[in-house]
Design a protein around this ligand. Structure first.
Ligand SMILES: Cc1cc2nc3c(=O)[nH]c(=O)nc-3n(C[C@H](O)[C@H](O)[C@H](O)COP(=O)(O)O)c2cc1C
Length: 170
């Protein structure tokens, strides 16, 4: 079914930016998951956006218990369109559910507490591993650049596949 609402969970704002951009493109109303839990009737058809933490789409489990999730967009550090099968496995997403990945952004100064600690460790381990790797792919280069210097990859182009799916959905 075609979703009639966009719901998102964002920690540092990049996922919210994507949800808002898609809301502008489609005219659909946009709610954070917290707002949606208070304001929307259960069972509503939604398009869900969640940021990725250790491979998990944040808020998806909660959102899918209350609403009818028509498609999922995971926002992480990897390239747009990558890691889709990994995401399906890690989040036990049904094969029939459309899944999209979008490259978000990274800014260590926006992180607090445990998240900051986790990313500091991640930069030291994965970041170091990537730095030392000689034959990095363009995607790995982009990920390394994000980890080391931060930045945003949020763009309208990255939403092309999601928008095409939405326009075809009935
Ligand atoms: C603790 C932590 C774990 C993360 N794990 C992943 C991950 O497994 N895969 C990924 O692609 N990005 C991962 N990221 C990157 C975030 O998903 C990315 O920065 C995203 O744009 C954050 O969105 P937000 O601004 O909406 O919170 C992680 C970030 C943090 C802070």
């Amino acid at each position: 079914m075609k979703p009639n609402t966009i719901v998102y969970t964002s920690n540092t704002g990049y996922t919210r930016q994507y949800a808002t951009l898609l809301g502008e493109k489609t005219g659909l109303p946009v709610y954070s998951l917290n707002e949606a839990m208070k304001k929307l009737d259960p069972g509503r058809s939604i398009l869900y956006f969640g940021w990725l933490m250790a491979g998990k789409v944040q808020g998806y489990a909660k959102a899918s218990k209350r609403f009818h999730v028509e498609a999922v967009c995971g926002v992480g550090m990897g390239a747009t369109g990558s890691q889709i099968e990994d995401l399906r496995k890690a989040n036990t997403l049904p094969a029939s559910l459309p899944v999209f990945t979008l490259q978000g952004g990274f800014d260590i100064t926006r992180l607090r507490g445990i998240y900051k600690l986790m990313m500091t460790v991640m930069i030291k381990t994965a970041g170091k591993g990537l730095s030392n790797k000689k034959d990095r792919s363009p995607e790995e280069d982009a990920m390394l650049e994000l980890m080391l210097h931060g930045g945003s990859h949020v763009s309208e182009e990255n939403l092309t596949a999601v928008l095409e799916w939405y326009q075809k959905a009935q």
